[in-house]
Design a protein around this ligand. Structure first.
Ligand SMILES: Cc1cc2nc3c(=O)[nH]c(=O)nc-3n(C[C@H](O)[C@H](O)[C@H](O)COP(=O)(O)OP(=O)(O)OC[C@H]3O[C@@H](n4cnc5c(N)ncnc54)[C@H](O)[C@@H]3O)c2cc1C
Length: 482
């Protein structure tokens, strides 16, 4: 039963207290979270076992050096551990991707990445200060001695430079100025950083080899990370590409600047893909094949056939219209968890903006629901910009979907992340966004809500849905941004 009422001007909003459903995936999510925390505890335990804690205890005037060095070792070890977890997080391990989704993983990636780099910097400062205090030398002189005389330190310096480069280019201000391709290429330097840091960890980092347990732990972590990257980022995509031999079947214009590409291949029914998911695609046309682009399926997978629909927004997406039948395709994926698996309720509402309609259209085809239990709210700039309008109207008629097309200019996007953000998702002229959403779907709190579109707009719709009582486990989102 609805529990609490809140007033949003002209509408009264009911907030549900319906219990969260505990699914096996939740259990696995907790288990993975606990394992991640355990690795950090293991690293701290190994440091304690190696005498790290004793070095922190004050032991006369000469204790500053060992204390600082010990803290330096701890920060270095945790930083190295987080870096390996980071590699595992982004290895695109299917079960991890399915459990957490791209958005959550990307947020963790940022948090763990910046924490690791900060700890690495603290490690460098503390170790240098500690060694300088012990040797009674100046800090810069000690830093030079460390780099010039300790084995593996020159490579560690290069590793530091690579990781700082990745961190700086990932800061929002810098990232916004870079093309996706440049940012992505620079980001690969993180792997270089991880690799170049290993020699100094083995040759000078006593904690790595201080006991058989420490040696086993670190080699296991390195082996797991390497295997995950090789297996899931290279092996699995290569296997799927070779196994399914996908090719372009034909290309159809869907509207201004929008084309659908139909793809065929071998044994496509064995490809574990669901409506709502996306692949990273490379079309072997000669131009631009080195850059993979993510496109979602725009139709539920059919026997022996898949469809994607692409809006021309830049160099490579504009080339899609010129694809010839028979063009070979390299794929990575499927990825994304905007799928039927996330469903919690019998009623469902889909909210799309622009080309973000693609995965939602596929889901509306695949999901089971009773007539009247599914709603699609679709905003676009003008009437001509509604991709699949005819298809959607036919689907709506056939399956009893409540379809709302909202044409109109964007509201002021500058305010999308401001205090009134939840009022701005609707196009200009539709008034308060929460009131509109409530008018369109009065019982939204009882629905699963799937949202897809650009980032700022999605933040706004999600806030409006939450204000109407939709719980986090009922909200399923896919951003079309990197
Ligand atoms: C999960 C996901 C699913 C998507 N599904 C669809 C879809 O079904 N249909 C569709 O038309 N578009 C989809 N997109 C957006 C599409 O990937 C970009 O429009 C496309 O990659 C632009 O490439 P470009 O070289 O033509 O443009 P560019 O000029 O390089 O860039 C245009 C815009 O696209 C972004 N972009 C470029 N390359 C990538 C990339 N590899 N990953 C993410 N963003 C990128 C850029 O940051 C920029 O904002 C999806 C994006 C994501 C993240």
């Amino acid at each position: 039963m609805p529990r609490k009422q809140r007033d949003y001007g002209p509408v009264t909003v009911y907030q549900t207290s319906a219990p969260a459903v505990r699914t096996p995936s939740r259990w696995w999510r907790d288990a993975i979270g606990v394992s991640v925390a355990t690795t950090v505890l293991i690293v701290v335990a190994l440091w304690v076992h190696g005498g790290g804690l004793q070095d922190l205890l004050p032991n006369g005037p000469a204790s500053a050096g060992p204390m600082l060095s010990s803290l330096g070792r701890l920060t270095g070890l945790v930083s190295a551990d987080l870096l390996l977890l980071l590699v595992l997080l982004m290895a695109r391990i299917p079960v991890v991707e399915r459990l957490y989704g791209r958005g959550t993983l990307a947020r963790w990636h940022r948090l763990v990445g910046f924490t690791s780099v900060n700890l690495m910097l603290a490690h460098i400062v503390l170790i240098t200060l500690g060694y300088a205090a012990a040797a009674h030398t100046g800090t810069l002189a000690e830093l030079w001695t460390l780099i010039a005389t300790y084995p593996g330190m020159l490579l560690a310096l290069l590793a530091t430079a690579a990781l700082i480069l990745v961190a700086v280019t990932s800061m929002r201000a810098a990232r916004g100025r870079l093309r996706y391709e440049s940012w992505h290429l620079l980001h690969l330097y993180a792997y270089l950083g991880v690799g170049l840091a290993i020699p100094h960890e083995l040759w000078t980092g006593t904690d790595f080899l201080s006991s058989p347990a420490a040696t086993a732990y670190w080699w296991t972590m390195y082996a797991l990370s390497m295997a995950a990257i090789l297996g899931y980022r290279f092996g699995l995509p290569a296997y799927r590409t070779l196994r399914h031999q996908m090719r372009v079947e034909w290309v159809v214009a869907e509207g201004p600047g929008v084309w659908s590409v139909w793809l065929t291949g071998r044994a496509l029914d064995r490809l574990p893909v669901r409506a709502g998911q996306f692949f990273n695609w490379r079309f072997l046309t000669g131009r631009g094949w080195t850059r993979a682009h993510p496109y979602s399926l725009s139709a539920a997978p059919q026997p022996g056939r898949l469809r994607i629909t692409v809006k021309s927004l830049g160099d490579d997406s504009a080339l899609v219209q010129r694809l010839r039948p028979g063009t070979r395709v390299l794929v990575e994926g499927p990825y994304g968890n905007l799928t039927a698996e996330r469903r919690r309720r019998s009623r469902v509402t889909m909210i799309a903006s622009g080309i973000g309609v693609t995965p939602l259209r596929a889901l509306l085809e695949e999901l089971p629901y009773r007539p009247g239990h599914a709603t699609l709210i679709y905003r676009a700039r003008t009437g001509a910009d509604f991709t699949f309008q005819q298809e959607l109207e036919e689907l709506a008629k056939r399956r009893g979907i409540r379809l709302f097309l909202l044409p109109g200019k964007r509201a002021d996007w500058a305010t999308l992340n401001g205090p009134n953000a939840s009022e701005q998702w609707a196009p200009a002229g539709y008034g308060d966004g929460i009131a509109l959403l409530h008018r369109l779907v009065p019982d939204l709190a009882w629905h699963d809500v799937y949202i897809c579109g650009p980032q700022g707009w999605m933040t706004s719709v999600s806030r409006a849905a939450r204000a109407l009582g939709v719980a986090d486990d009922q909200l399923h989102t896919e951003e079309f941004t990197w």
